[in-house]
Design a protein around this ligand. Structure first.
Ligand code: SF4
Ligand code: SF4
Length: 150
């Protein structure tokens, strides 16, 4: 009986306190800017230097590019295999232009492993979606153009 009352006391004492849980999936958690979720990609900033792919400890990044009419390297394909990505963020740390950045996207559950191979278009759409959710964190278009050297 004493144990029951003690437990009830703990429960009642928690009622007025601020809730730390959210009604997921209707309500999404608000993760901080440094949260390491699924990547977002800004193709205009990528210089095809390959540093992200070289440092990746699980070799889950594959990319290709070609030179445009001005002999400038442009990214053509950029894929990440999230079947083996460990979200360590090393790729984003070495990227000299911040073309690849982590986001707060975390919902990748699927019934098929094929869905874990995400290409440049998916990753870029994730960037656009991220900017929509966090307009205050978006890189201004002028900065993108400046960094891209256009
Ligand atoms: S987060 Fe880590 S494991 Fe994932 S792609 Fe980047 S370097 Fe590779
Ligand atoms: S994403 Fe960054 S590190 Fe990777 S190839 Fe492009 S510029 Fe280089």
């Amino acid at each position: 009986m004493f144990g029951f009352l003690k437990g009830l006391g703990v429960t009642i004492s928690q009622l007025p306190k601020k809730k730390v849980t959210v009604m997921y999936p209707e309500e999404k958690p608000d993760y901080p800017e440094r949260y390491r979720g699924v990547h977002r990609f800004i193709p205009e900033l990528c210089t095809v230097c390959n540093q992200c792919a070289r440092i990746c400890p699980t070799s889950c990044i594959s990319l290709s590019g070609s030179r445009d009419e001005n002999r400038k390297l442009r990214i053509e394909t950029y894929d990440i295999n999230f079947d083996i990505c460990i979200l360590c963020s090393q790729c984003t740390e070495v990227c000299p232009t911040e073309a690849i950045v982590m986001s707060d996207t975390f919902e990748l559950a699927s019934y098929t492993r094929d869905d874990f191979y995400l290409d440049m278009h998916w990753l870029h759409n994730n960037e656009l979606e991220y900017e929509r959710r966090h307009p205050d964190r978006a890189i201004p278009e002028t900065d993108v153009q400046k960094k891209a050297g256009n």
